[in-house]
Structure formats: C-alpha cells, structure tokens
Ligand binder design. Sequence first.
Ligand code: NDP
Length: 496
Amino acid sequence: MTSQQTLPICIAGTWRQGGGERYATCYPATGEPVAWLNAASLDDVEAAVQGAHQAFLHSGWAQRKPHERATVLYRIAGLIRERAEELAHLQRQDNGKPINETRALVASAAGTFQFFAAACETLEETITPSRGDFISMSVYEPMGVVAAITPWNSPIASEAQKVAPALAAGNAVVIKPAEITPLLALQLARICDDAGLPKGLVSVLPGKGSLLGDALTRHPLVKRVSFTGGTRTGKHIAHIAADKMMPVSLELGGKSPTIVLDDADLDHAVAGVLYGIFSSSGEACIAGSRLFVARALYEPFMARLTAAAAQLRLGDPADERTQMGPLISAAHRESVERYVALGLAEGGRLRLGGERPQGGLFDQGYFYPPTILEGLGNQQQVCQEEIFGPVLVAMPFDDEAELIEQANDSLYALAAGIWTRDYKRAWNLGRRLQAGTVWVNTYKQFSISTPFGGWRDSGLGREKGRLGILQYMEQKSLYWGMNEQPLAWAGVEAGQ
Ligand code: NDP
C-alpha cells in the first residue's frame, strides 16, 4: 500500500474521512508507514451506530429469508477468496505476520462466511413438546446493532468470526478494529459492499479503544458486544454490559499448559510444542506458554526442543520460508523483554534466546527470537501472566496429581495440550484440565465448526460452531392456542 493519501473509512454506508486525528499504520518488520487514515471520532461512533440501527430497521436485511441472506454471505466468502493474495499481503503489512500465516487467516475468514451462510440457511426453529391446549415453539430473532471489537493479532479472522454470524443472524455490525491494525476490517467492509450487502449494515471505526470502543459499548442502541482482546479490557466491557443488561461474549487471554507425558511420541511432541508457542511469534491467546515435561524425559526432550527452536526461521514476513515474523510494535517487544528479565530475576535460566537478533532487517523491525526459560516454578510471575510473545517456560513434573494442580493453577483457562501415546491417560487428564479447549497429540488446531472460548479470566461465551449464530439472536417462545373453549379461569362459556 504505502501512500500518503488518507484512506477513507466506512461509516453508515458512506466512505469518507474519519473525524479524528490523522495517523499512520506501520509495518512491524521495518517500522515504515503502510497507510494513513483519520481515526474515527465520537461523532463518527454516533453516526455509525445510528446508521446501523436505521439499516437494521429499514434495509429489509433482517426480514430476508435465511437462504437469501446466505446468498450474500456466500458472495462475501467468494470475494475474500478472489482477493485472497492481496488481503494476505495487506495483513502481513498490517501486523507483520509471515505470509504463509496470513494466507491461512484469509482462507479461514472465507471459510467462516461460508460456514455461517450454511448455518443461517439451515438453522431450525423448534416446536417444543406441548404441555397444554397450545402449540409451543422456540424461535430466534436478530438483536439489532452488534459491536465487534477486535485485537491486532489476527484481524481478518477475528473480524470474520464476529461479522459473519452477526450478519447471518440478520443484525447490523459496527466493527472497532485495533487502532494499529485497521486495514483488513476496512477491506472487509468493501467486500461486503461489493457483495451487495445493504449499505449501513457494516461500519468500521479505526482509532483508540479507550475512546471509541468504550463509547460503542455504552451506546444504548448497541445490543450486544463481541469482544476479543485482553482480560483487563474484557472486564471493563463486562461491567458496562452489566449496567445495560447487555449480553457479551469475551474471548480473552491465556497462559496455556502443554504437557509431555513420559510415553509421548517425541517427534510429534517437539513439533507440537514448538508450533504451540512460537508460531505467530507467540502473539496468540492460545499460545502454549507453560511447558510441563515428565522428569524422566525432561533433559532429552529439552535438548531436542531447544535444538529445533534454534533452527526456526525468524525474519522477513514476505519470505515464504519465514516461520516467525516481528512482534507487533516496539513497545510490545519491550514488554516481552521485561518479562524475560523478570524471569531471570526470579531465578530462571535462559535455555535459548533472550536477546534481540541483529543485522539487516532485524535492526529495523521489532524482532525477538524464540526464547526458553527454565528453573522456575509455576507460581512465579512469568508463569502466571500472559507475555504474548515467543517465550516458553519449561518445568519438569514428577506425578500426575501435582501436574494437574499446577496446570490448573492459573487465572486463565483457555487451552491445554497433552502429548502421550496412551489415550486412556489422555482422556483422564484431558477431563481434569480446566480449559475451554484441550488438544491431545496436536495443538493450535482450529475448526469453525467447533466452539471456542475460555473459562475464568479467559472469557465468557463461545464463538464458532453451528450454534455460534445464536449468540447474535434473541430467543423467543411462541404459543398458539388450540383450545376449543375459552380459558377456564374467567368462567366464560363459549357462545355466551
Ligand atoms: P486490548 O484489550 O487492549 O484490545 C483489544 C481491542 O479492544 C482493541 O480493538 C482495543 O482498541 C479495544 N479496546 C481497548 N480499550 C477498550 C475499552 N476501554 N473499551 C472497548 N474497547 C477497548 O488487547 P490487545 O490489543 O493488547 O490484544 C491482545 C490481547 O488479546 C491478549 O491479551 C490476547 O490474549 C487477547 N486475545 C484473545 C483471543 C481469544 O480469542 N481469546 C485472541 C486474540 C487475542 P485499541 O487497540 O485501538 O486501543
């Protein structure tokens, strides 16, 4: 992209300049600007929500038959696929992820629209067992204006996961992307326009969350917030929602344990643990950042893991062979570095990494290498707080009771991984681990058909899955009287 031209933003069906301050987004691999735009202002929030409300009431979208709405969503999926390469490169520039990863995210966004188109046109309303002289039914209605607030780490996939089911359900959506990664949400709004979605149903508000996201959440016409981001922000949104009696779904942080039992297939375990923590440079809510290894296996396993981690290709996100790109920003890299310093101050030892790489692109972008700390206990701060970077803390364990206690000893409970050849052990352990997702002999695999979300400080509610569409609908019960006589209580006889 890289042009000084100020990008328009999409408010209530119109592409125009935002009313807030002009700023540039930057490419984390070089620190250079990618695009300039004016942030949205509070007036833009008002215009977007009012426009969405009007579009919800008057565009006829909510009244269209489900298969008609699905047709538009299928077209959106098709356009994402047609523009996949362009979108993948834009997302690479937006947040610095390697091109192969951004291609996968774009493909997943297309799949999400396709999936919720299908969910929409196959959603069944039910006739419930009648317990009186009536027919009783359970049906679903759209809610109105939904807010989708997303973080910077996987923009197009996060946005699709909210926008697709919300639109499928018949709602209007106002997207608040992360201030630093607004470009894919804007492209998604373009694609919605091009697919023939009625104007005003999707708006995008780039800019600061503490201002725009907060105002959006508080707006009386916003009937639901779907949020992905940090736990502190999620709790703030939950408080506002409580006052409004508004449902929310919150996909928050994690500090997920991966567990290598003494009978694990080591080739699979090494590959899975590496992928779990170092892919996306660890900037993933589900990163397997706490590693528990059976003591008997600890040294040989760590030797293999460390050797393999040292071979990971850190570098230019545009290079097809790159496995790890830069971190999102200079400030975020400093935060990761502070955690590594804290781990060392807490008595930890560096098994790998821990220092900025140097030379060439490394001197321009916000790169940080795969880093492994050991010699720490689960209670220490680096094991309890989310680092959101390529930092793994490895710990040996002696028995399964102690292991489960430690694995579950976290404010977070988003995901967990188990590596073992014994499926009975995996079953018993998997059922006792407290987490929204448990992977057995695999890690960080996702399917739009399977619900996703966290327990405790990792979130509330679930996205994805066929029934994910119901998050964006209100349930309604309908009773159809079938009695021949007037209701008995009033004592009115038929024909009187
Ligand atoms: P934040 O919570 O800071 O930001 C997430 C979004 O919320 C951004 O759009 C942000 O805007 C906005 N926001 C910030 N303050 C407010 C507010 N007061 N009211 C409403 N919206 C607000 O998270 P990060 O950007 O730091 O993202 C990383 C976090 O996201 C990590 O903790 C990670 O675990 C979590 N995450 C969770 C996932 C999950 O599915 N569970 C997936 C991916 C990430 P802005 O950035 O413009 O200020």
